[in-house]
Unconditional design. Structure first.
Length: 77
């Protein structure tokens, strides 16, 4: 891609954005924020940490011995 093509593309995108009504820009921004998934563990490290955390939580509920073994410091138990 030549630099002139890139400048042309950026200019078209900018003009398209500026010509949109303000309310439409705000609503599209709100939709993008709502669709953003906050699952950092899944997004950055895959399903393994999420699955491990899920297993530990359910194991604590079933076995009182595991509660003591995996007890966290602070308010959480």
């Amino acid at each position: 891609m030549k630099s002139n093509d890139y400048v042309k593309y950026l200019t078209e995108q900018f003009v398209q954005y500026v010509e949109q009504p303000k309310e439409q820009r705000k609503s599209s921004r709100r939709e993008r924020k709502q669709n953003n998934t906050p699952m950092i563990g899944n997004r950055w490290f895959g399903m393994l940490p999420v699955a491990f955390n899920h297993y530990i939580r359910h194991a604590k509920q079933k076995s009182p011995d595991l509660k003591e073994k995996f007890k966290r410091k602070g308010n959480r138990s």
